[in-house]
Design a binder for this molecule. Structure first.
Ligand SMILES: O=C(O)[C@@H](O)C(=O)CO
Ligand SMILES: [Mg+2]
Length: 260
């Protein structure tokens, strides 16, 4: 049975951010993830995790100015020192929350630009090294260009090639099934082949990014496939509920209370 993490950036948004931890725990989740913790103190987040017995599965490194449309800095040649400072900030949060996985966003840059590719390679290698010193895993997530136009890491094959080439012990793939299905399809075969490099998985319906019990992807089959493949990491529920979050949790009932 997969270990599910409620994504608090998308789920339980009926509550204020710090109250979403209690709501997720009440709904039976043992783990959570979210995009960014940085508007809140590390101690405030750690306290919510502790109070509600939750494991922090994942969060993202600082992405630059999100409000101005930035989506990471790794492929932006002039932003390495800002990225490096952000990694130090993120590690403070990782330490406080006990989070083992950090996602490095690539940024908006042409995927075929040689300078962007060189910058990305350097930033990934540096960040994996620094995060590794702190005992953490770095994950890279290909994201589809309909949701995030112009995003640099828009291809699973490119992520796979880079992770293989760098061969760093703590560098892994964040396999978001929603993005994979939109970008390339062939989800099951990709999971089978890439499983040794997968560090985190996320789910949502395709194409609406709602609860994983409708539309085009057969999640009962895929979740069973994760068990068959021996996946023991987290499955992040990174979907926007179609209505009230709690009303849409019928799909989750058989999985309630699986310990993280
Ligand atoms: O899939 C996504 O959008 C997220 O996992 C993310 O980290 C960036 O938005
Ligand atoms: Mg995702």
């Amino acid at each position: 049975m997969p270990k599910f993490a409620a994504n608090l950036s998308m789920m339980f948004t009926e509550w204020s951010f710090l109250d979403r931890f209690a709501a997720a725990a009440d709904a039976g989740f043992a783990a959570v993830e979210f995009l960014f913790p940085y508007e809140y103190s590390a101690d405030a987040i750690a306290a919510q995790l502790q109070r509600h017995g939750l494991t922090q599965a994942l969060f993202n490194l600082p992405p630059g100015d999100w409000g101005k449309g930035e989506r990471g800095m790794a492929a932006l040649p002039s932003r390495l020192s800002e990225l490096q400072a952000g990694v130090e900030t993120a590690l403070i949060y990782a330490e406080a929350t006990g989070c083992r996985r950090l996602h490095l966003m690539a940024g908006i840059a042409p995927a075929d630009d040689a300078k962007a590719r060189a910058a990305y390679r350097e930033a990934v290698a540096w960040t994996a090294g620094r995060v590794g010193e702190a005992g953490r895993t770095l994950v890279l997530e290909p994201i589809n260009g309909r949701d995030m136009p112009g995003y640099f890491l828009n291809d699973f094959a490119y992520a796979e090639a880079l992770i293989t080439e760098l061969a760093l012990p703590n560098l892994r793939l964040q396999f978001d099934i929603y993005h994979r299905a939109i970008m390339h399809g062939d989800v099951t075969m990709a999971l089978r082949r890439l499983m040794p490099m997968i560090g985190h998985i996320q789910i949502a319906s395709v194409p609406s990014r709602h609860e994983p019990d409708a539309e085009e992807v057969n999640y009962p089959f895929l979740l069973a496939e994760l068990d068959r493949l021996g996946y023991d990491g987290f499955v992040g529920c990174e979907y926007r509920p179609a209505g009230h979050t709690v009303d849409g949790l019928g799909w989750f009932k058989p999985h309630r209370g699986i310990l993280a």
